[in-house]
Design a binder for this molecule. Structure first.
Ligand code: DX5
Ligand code: ZN
Length: 234
């Protein structure tokens, strides 16, 4: 189990008419990252936000912006997001013709790099690129929409991914974060963290809270408390 849990609220479920205020509120409420879902109506059947919006929210927060690209093709957007202030960029290997090159491109632009595995994407996608990864993101729903239900078989996949990462670091490799995205709630986060996740995206769980005035902080404390009861009692 991890000792530090990062919570990354997904702004997909935020109020887009007040986005600056919303990201300030989640940082003030203790968020570790801003999770930024980019959808192109091509790789996934939905259309969201791009580099201009990333640039617009950047001055409102000091925490890292975690850009999850659900787009195809990938590479042309990387310099744009790096310039717009992204700190982490992840993409789906199915959407890139040259996964190794895309990973290098992200790091060359000064960002942490990662790949995202859909529920049916095999872990073999991690073979041969472990040394290029700063993060692995496991989808626990099919990408495209917030508010879906967590797919329980993700827990086995998490354990297997955690074991791969542990073997890599034990052999002298760099640290790799293990992030989970989709359907994370207070009633399943303990199992998710116990299975090896150190970073949890939470969209509807956080932004579905009644209001920014204490509501976001309460949900995030509840998530931390449920995940690691002994660490979050102070
Ligand atoms: C789905 C997105 C997720 C999603 C998470 O394609 O990548 O980040 O917004 O939202 P919840 O937590 O509501 O499942
Ligand atoms: Zn996401």
């Amino acid at each position: 189990m991890s000792t530090t849990l990062r919570i990354a609220p997904s702004i997909l479920s935020a109020d887009f008419s007040r986005l600056g205020e919303e990201v300030r509120a989640i940082e003030a409420a203790g968020a570790d990252l801003v999770h930024f879902d980019v959808m192109d109506n091509h790789y996934v059947p939905n259309l969201t936000i791009g580099p201009l919006v990333c640039e617009a929210i950047r001055p409102h927060v000091s925490i890292p912006i975690d850009v999850h690209l659900m787009v195809e093709p990938v590479d042309a957007l990387i310099p744009l997001f790096a310039k717009a202030g992204a700190n982490i960029i992840t993409f789906h290997p199915e959407a890139s013709r040259h996964v190794d090159r895309t990973l290098q491109l992200i790091r060359d632009h000064g960002c942490k790099a990662g790949i995202v595995l859909n529920p049916a994407t095999p872990l073999a996608c991690l073979d041969h690129v472990m040394d290029r990864l700063d993060i692995v993101l496991l989808m626990s729903v099919n990408p495209g929409f917030g508010g879906q239900k967590f797919i329980p078989t993700t827990l086995d996949k998490l354990r297997a991914t955690h074991a791969r990462i542990a073997a890599h670091t034990a052999a002298g490799g760099q640290p790799i974060w293990l992030e989970v995205d989709g359907g994370v709630k207070t009633d399943n986060i303990a199992a998710i963290v116990a299975a090896g996740a150190d970073t949890c995206v939470a969209g509807s769980a956080v932004f579905g809270a009644p209001d920014a005035d204490g509501g976001y902080r309460q949900v995030m404390s509840a998530l931390r408390q449920a995940a690691c009861p002994t660490e979050s009692q102070t």
